[in-house]
Design a protein around this ligand. Structure first.
Ligand SMILES: Cc1cc2nc3c(=O)[nH]c(=O)nc-3n(C[C@H](O)[C@H](O)[C@H](O)COP(=O)(O)OP(=O)(O)OC[C@H]3O[C@@H](n4cnc5c(N)ncnc54)[C@H](O)[C@@H]3O)c2cc1C
Length: 456
């Protein structure tokens, strides 16, 4: 490796929410900061670009969130999804995170981010989350503008290929030319590795081609793997990821939130052989997207079809892609590539089983809620696939966002923030709105601590 000297104190790897918060915090603490973003400028901002809200504790209404969401409620929600991660020895980290979420909106607002007012009625009411005015893209643009105005040097198209942490101050190798940059301290905020095609193939085998990545194609996990090779303690699970059900026609990357499919609990859902495989009414709340993502991921070919008739179609938000339609169930089956007799017999059996009270009787699997016969033409369907949000493997950190070895010692001058360390808080679970908060809270801590380390 040819090292070139660098006049930065803090080097930030990544260009999403966590990286930007780290860069701003480090710069405000007096450090010279260089931020390396793998994406081109037009696609900067990682998955944060697609996000819309963040979950914060508050004991009283604020300009941005109504009611209150006390720390104990937040902790209970976290424990429900994260289990051991939120209650184990690292529970202290979760507590610290929740407490630090209390003023993170003020801090972000002070750095240019704008939020919907809590009294706006344009978005679903939530006492738990604040919504970004203009969405995640506006948040990302605001943070870049602030970072650059403060003097953070931003380099796009700058994928970090390797980390060098064992010999002196941290250093990274950047780009195809293999330029090496050394810094006083490092913040790694490069997200997960869901966009690594090798990982997709290992997890999904032949069905990998059916899986889409909802966000950035740049989250290939090179810095995460490098951290692990350099001795960081892994946390979370390499074979787990967060998925939701998306329209099967979504692009392979960056489809974003609009590709999510809403209506699965309303009609019936069949696999590529035309068979129902789950109780469509089992989950009807916000977790239905995840529940269906998991179910579809395990279908043959990782594909399924949401099937409904014209009476049911009016009961849910349509996909951004047009429904595939036909005047008969057999015609719909042909359009979907399913053998017509198979789908006709599934629909007939389902219709015959619809009993009173919105449930079925006498079929397996049952439909326990929202059961209505599929009889009114035209019949419609959406192809469904699993859309990956992020992976669940990260590096262990302490309360100062320092990356830890398995023996609990910190790797000198190396910090991590965002999804790359989120399993410390979430385990392999997912709590809506918490990922952006983890990025902002630990980005801020990591930037401040990295600056302190570098300037010491
Ligand atoms: C469609 C969608 C909607 C979402 N909605 C929400 C929401 O409403 N609320 C919420 O809390 N969470 C939401 N999330 C999750 C949230 O966006 C992410 O958890 C969060 O953005 C992660 O932030 P991060 O900075 O850790 O990583 P990312 O946003 O993934 O950013 C990683 C950054 O690192 C860069 N990078 C990667 N590898 C390298 C490398 N080798 N060298 C240099 N740079 C590199 C990438 O280009 C990118 O800029 C959503 C995710 C998606 C996909």
């Amino acid at each position: 490796m040819t090292r070139v000297s660098c006049d930065c104190d803090v080097l930030v790897v990544g260009g999403g929410n966590a990286a930007l918060c780290a860069a701003i915090a480090a710069r405000r603490a007096g450090a010279a900061v260089l931020l390396l973003e793998a994406a081109p400028k037009s696609l900067r901002g990682g998955n944060a670009r697609h996000s819309r809200n963040m979950r914060v504790m508050h004991d009283a209404p604020t300009p941005w969130v109504r009611g209150c969401y006390p720390a104990d409620d937040y902790r209970a929600d976290l424990q429900r999804v994260a289990g051991a991660a939120a209650t184990s020895a690292d529970g202290g980290l979760a507590r610290r995170f929740i407490d630090a979420s209390a003023d993170i909106l003020d801090w972000l607002a002070g750095n240019g981010v704008r939020f919907h007012r809590g009294t706006d009625d344009v978005l679903p009411y939530s006492r738990k989350t604040a919504f970004f005015l203009g969405g995640g893209k506006a948040l990302v643009n605001a943070l870049y503008a602030t970072a650059e105005a403060l003097g953070v040097v931003v380099r796009y198209d700058s994928a970090v290929r390797a980390l060098h942490l064992r010999d002196g101050p941290p250093a990274v190798t950047v780009g195809d030319a293999g330029i090496a940059i050394r810094a006083g301290a490092l913040v790694v905020a490069s997200g997960g590795f869901q966009a690594d095609p090798g990982w997709l193939r290992r997890q999904w085998g032949g069905a990998a081609g059916a899986v889409t990545v909802r966000g950035t194609p740049h989250a290939t996990g090179v810095p995460l793997k490098a951290l692990l090779e350099e001795g960081a303690d892994p946390v979370g699970a390499a074979d787990r990821c967060h998925v939701v059900a998306v329209d099967g026609r979504a692009p392979p990357f960056d489809g974003g939130i609009v590709t999510r499919l809403d209506g699965l609990p309303h009609g019936i859902v069949v696999d590529r052989d035309g068979r129902r495989f789950a109780d469509e009414g089992a989950v009807v709340g916000p977790s239905r997207y995840t529940a269906w993502g998991e179910l579809v991921a395990h279908c043959p070919g990782a594909v399924a079809f949401s099937v409904f008739d014209s009476a049911i179609a009016g009961r849910f938000r349509p996909s951004i892609f047009p429904a595939i339609q036909a005047d008969s169930v057999g015609g719909l089956a042909s359009a979907l590539g399913i053998g017509p007799p198979a789908l006709e017999s599934t629909v007939a059996a389902f219709n015959a089983a619809v009993a009173g009270g919105g449930a079925t009787a006498g079929i397996h699997p049952p439909k326990t809620r929202l059961a209505a016969p599929v009889t009114v033409p035209p019949f419609g369907a959406y192809p469904v696939r699993a859309g990956v949000t992020s992976t669940c493997l990260g590096v262990r950190v302490d309360g100062l966002a320092r990356v830890l070895r398995p023996d609990g010692t910190a790797i000198d001058g190396v910090h991590a923030a965002g999804i790359i360390m989120a399993p410390n808080i979430l385990g392999t679970g997912y709590l809506a709105g918490s990922a952006m908060t983890i990025g902002a809270v630990f980005g801020r801590i990591a930037g401040r601590e990295a600056a302190a380390h570098a300037l010491r």
